[in-house]
Ligand binder design. Structure first.
Ligand code: ADP
Ligand code: MG
Length: 286
């Protein structure tokens, strides 16, 4: 197609809050046959609220939350933000913390008030306390494990609802001819399925590492594949997909850098608009 068409499409997209980086991207969008979504911060709102603190007997919920939030100051994960907001809402004053290490996909470790604090996935906490047990969660909830000085002290249960227009976005993408719509997440199976059900997605892969997301997208049979994500853990798969779309408004810098398209408004519906602009630019015959 003519460069003129490409330029017209790209600038129209930019005006809509959709930054298209490469020349081939609009055409791949126009031809896309599958879409894979990340969960946390992509299909979900990414503004998690603390529902409750489940403590191991003998521990104080507010102190568990305060230590966890102090460590989370060093994390860029969307759940970290929810944990810190909850601590502030309860009037808890955070400690500064030191020796922090962010584990891109699993959580964060730090020394807070001279105590070693681990916050994140159960498998991370199990590295320090092999006896750590999972927290039962209800539909829509996700849990974050907390260990202090090598022992599990509790779980923070957060609720991160589906974006209001996520189900409509999935439906319209199918109407536009997407043969496969999948959910790929690093979160647990129960949380993944409850959100997928609400969004109208029947293909669900949970507890994934960044490289698992890459492998699954590479294996999708209807191509080109569009991947939509926001997190640090999505950067490899956004780079590997035929079209990587980053939710850039509140997502990680790593995701935006790795993606072919950056949505600069916090609206999942922009994925439909991006495909539309690709189709209008290249008039792909369906
Ligand atoms: P997705 O791939 O859907 O974006 P993630 O891989 O981020 O999801 O998985 C969400 C999980 O990440 C939560 O269950 C939580 O246990 C874990 N997690 C990772 N880092 C953190 C952190 N800094 N604070 C809290 N939870 C974290
Ligand atoms: Mg995410």
């Amino acid at each position: 197609a003519a460069p003129v068409a490409f330029l017209g499409g790209t600038s129209r997209a930019a005006r809509s809050g959709i930054v298209v980086k490469g020349g081939a991207t609009l055409e791949a969008l126009a031809r896309a046959r599958s879409v894979a979504f990340d969960k946390t911060g992509t299909l979900s709102q990414g503004r998690p609220e603390l529902a409750r603190v489940e403590v191991v007997e003998g521990h104080d919920p507010d102190e568990v939350l305060r230590l966890a939030a102090s460590a989370e100051q060093f994390s860029s994960h969307v759940l970290a933000d929810g944990v810190m907001r909850a601590a502030h809402a309860r009037g808890l004053s955070l400690s500064e913390g030191s020796e922090a290490q962010e584990r891109a996909t699993d959580g964060v470790t730090a020394v807070v008030d001279g105590r070693s604090v681990v916050v994140g996935k159960l498998r991370l906490v199990r590295e320090t306390d092999p006896t750590a047990y999972p927290c039962p969660v209800r539909s829509g909830e996700t849990s974050v494990a907390v260990a202090v000085d090598g022992r599990l002290v509790g779980h923070l249960v957060l609720v991160d609802p589906l974006r209001p227009n996520a189900a409509a976005t999935v439906r319209v993408l199918r109407e536009l001819g997407m043969q496969e719509v999948a959910l790929l997440t690093g979160d647990n199976v129960a949380t993944a399925w409850s959100l997928a059900d609400e969004a109208g997605i029947g293909s669900v892969h949970a507890e994934l590492l960044p490289e698992d997301k890459v492998r699954l997208v590479a294996g999708m049979s209807h191509r080109p594949v569009v991947m939509v994500g926001d997190g640090v853990n999505d950067a490899p798969v956004l780079a590997a997909a035929d079209v990587g779309i980053a939710m850039g408004a509140r997502g990680s810098t790593a995701a935006s850098e790795a993606a072919d398209v950056v949505i600069t408004r916090d609206d999942i519906g922009k994925v439909v608009q991006a495909v539309d602009i690709g189709r209008q630019t290249y008039r792909v015959a369906l």
